[in-house]
Write a protein that binds this ligand. Sequence first.
Ligand code: PRP
Ligand code: ZN
Length: 285
Amino acid sequence: MTKLKIAIQKKGRLNEGSVDLLKKCGLKIEKSRNKLIIPCPSENIELLLVRDDDIPLYLENNIADIAILGLNEMKESSFEANMEVLRYLDFAKCRLSLAAISGQDLKLENSSIATSYPKVLKEYLKSEKINANVIEISGCVEIAPRVGISDYICDLVSTGATLRANGLEEMLSILDSEAVLIKKTSPLATGKQKILERLEARIESVLGARNTKYIMMNAPIESANKIASFLSSMEAPTILPLLNDSEKVAIHAATREDKVWSTIESLKELGASSILISSIEKVMV
Ligand code: PRP
Ligand code: ZN
C-alpha cells in the first residue's frame, strides 16, 4: 500500500504546531515518548519524528516524502536547491537577526559574528559585500559576545526573551522565518502525489478557517444591503427574518478576521445590534 511519509520535528519550536495542524487535518496521532515512527493507516500516511536539522537529509535520500520545517533550516541546508516550499504554514514565526551587547552601533565590516546559521549569514554578507569573520557555534550562541568569542551574533529571535536575558539587543533581521511544508523538487510517484494533494486541501481549509470569523447581528432591514457590502464575505451573507420584529433582520456572514474590528464601528452606525463573532473550525470552498 502506498504511504506518504511526512517528517516533522520530534521536539522543539515546531513540534507542537506541526502535530496540531496534522491532527486538525484528520490524522490520528498518538504520541508516545520514544516512538519515532507513527503510522496513520487510515490516511495512508506515516509520520517520522526526527531532529529538524536532519530533515533535509531525509528528503534528499527519499526517506521522507514531505516535511514540516522552519524556513530558516531549509535555507541553511546544503540541499536547499533540491527542495521546494509547498506552503507557508503561518506558525513558528521567528526571524534570523544580528544582535550585539546593548548600546552598540552596527558596524559589521571586519567584525566577528557567531552563529548556528553560517550559510544564511554568509549569503547575506556576500549580498551586502561585507567582509566579516563567521564563527560557527552549534548552540547557546547568545553567550558569545559576553565571553569575547565574537562582536555580534546571528541567531533566531522569536519573543526576544533570550536576547534580553543575556543583555543583547536585536539590531537587524536578515531572514523572516516560519514553518513551511516542503518536498524535494523531483516529482512524487502518482499514488503519493494523490495523498499529498488531499492533505494540502485539508491544510488549506484548516488555515483558511484560522483567518475567518463567523459574524452574526441584527440590523434594520433598510441597512441590510449596506451592511452586506461592508462584510468581505466568502459568499453572499445570509439574511433571516426575526420573530415578532418586521423592521429588523438577522445577518450572518463569514468574514476575514483582520476586517472584523475595522467594520464593527461602521456596522453599529448602520444600526446593527447583538453582534456575535465566533470562530470557524474548517472552511471548504
Ligand atoms: C532559539 C534561538 C534562541 C531562542 C530565541 O533556540 O537559538 O536561543 O530560540 O527565542 P526567543 O526570542 O523567544 O527567546 P531554540 O529554542 O530554537 O533552540 P536551539 O537553538 O537550541 O535549537
Ligand atoms: Zn535545531
